[in-house]
Design a protein around this ligand. Structure first.
Ligand code: OGA
Ligand code: MN
Length: 280
């Protein structure tokens, strides 16, 4: 197995593994340490059935099961299975998966859970002829880029993370009924449980209010942090090919999806890994 960095900020390609085979302990160990180092791993040319993808996910932790949104209305699919399809395909009038068409803003997966998922594994099965790239930010580097005065002001504060599957934009706190929307207060700067490094923990899609600041002050600080977190030099943009398995560290990175044609199908099979509470 070889690990080849894809970008100077984050991301590496793993070469020489066939995930249909069970990996030996030394290879699994090397894979996990590459994951901690590079944040996003890309394993191309894989031919994975559900069993093989599940086995691969287990190298990174305990596979998570999906939870329904609080209002009970979630993306389609089977909630008894750990798999979720990410797709814009509609069959018999019903979406076969989540996240539909087009662009998605930068976000962490499940930052609105008390214990946000550790990682996500996305496997490409049908792709449009153009677009639908997924962009990833190194949030350790984003943390390092925050101006000193702003960092000092925000140190030790929490940020409200919330999300509603039915909405594509950031929610407005004033018009949202929090009893119906999954949400959680999280440290704005986390210490990554595995690496011990500090990472910025905000995203344009899901972060709505900083604790202890007025609405205006909070908006100003968040907008500054959103811009930092989307700085091109710390973003790796993944251009999908069929058979790619991409695994991202969901504690120290955020991701976004670029637009793609609405009249073309895109289908990905997704698993996530259980997490733990985020600490300052
Ligand atoms: C996800 C996600 C992006 C994509 O599965 O959590 O954000 O490119 N997917 O489909
Ligand atoms: Mn996501």
């Amino acid at each position: 197995m070889q690990i080849l960095p894809l970008h100077k900020a984050l991301g590496a390609e793993v070469i020489g593994v066939d995930l249909r085979q069970t990996l030996d302990d030394a290879t699994i160990k090397a894979l996990r340490s590459a994951f901690d180092e590079h944040i996003v791993l890309v394993i191309r040319g894989q031919s994975l059935d559900e069993e093989a993808q599940l086995r691969a996910a287990c190298y990174f932790g305990k596979v998570a099961y999906r939870r329904r949104p609080l209002d009970g209305i979630g993306p389609g699919g089977n909630y008894e299975s750990p798999f979720m399809m990410v797709s814009n395909i509609v069959k018999d009038g019903k979406p076969i998966g989540a996240f539909g068409d087009g662009e998605m803003w930068f976000h962490h997966d499940t930052s609105y859970y008390a214990e946000p998922h550790r990682a996500t594994l996305l496997y490409s099965m049908v792709l449009p002829t153009w677009g639908g790239n997924t962009c990833f930010t190194n949030m350790y580097k984003a943390y390092d880029m925050i101006p000193r005065a702003l960092r000092d002001k925000l140190e030790g504060r929490k940020v409200l993370q919330m999300h509603d599957y039915k909405r594509r934009e950031r929610l407005n706190l004033d018009t949202s009924d929090l009893t119906k929307i999954r949400h959680n207060w999280q440290p704005i700067f986390i210490t990554h449980p595995a690496t011990g490094k500090k990472a910025l923990y905000i995203s344009r899609l899901m972060s709505s209010q900083i604790e202890g600041l007025s609405r205006d002050e909070s908006e100003e600080a968040l907008n500054q942090l959103f811009d930092i977190s989307e700085t091109a030099s710390i973003v790796y943009e993944h251009e999908w090919k069929l058979g790619d398995l991409v695994i991202w560290d969901n504690w120290c990175s955020i991701h976004a999806r670029k637009d793609f044609p609405r009249d073309q199908d895109r289908l990905m099979r997704r698993l996530t890994i259980e997490g733990q509470a985020m600490q300052f």
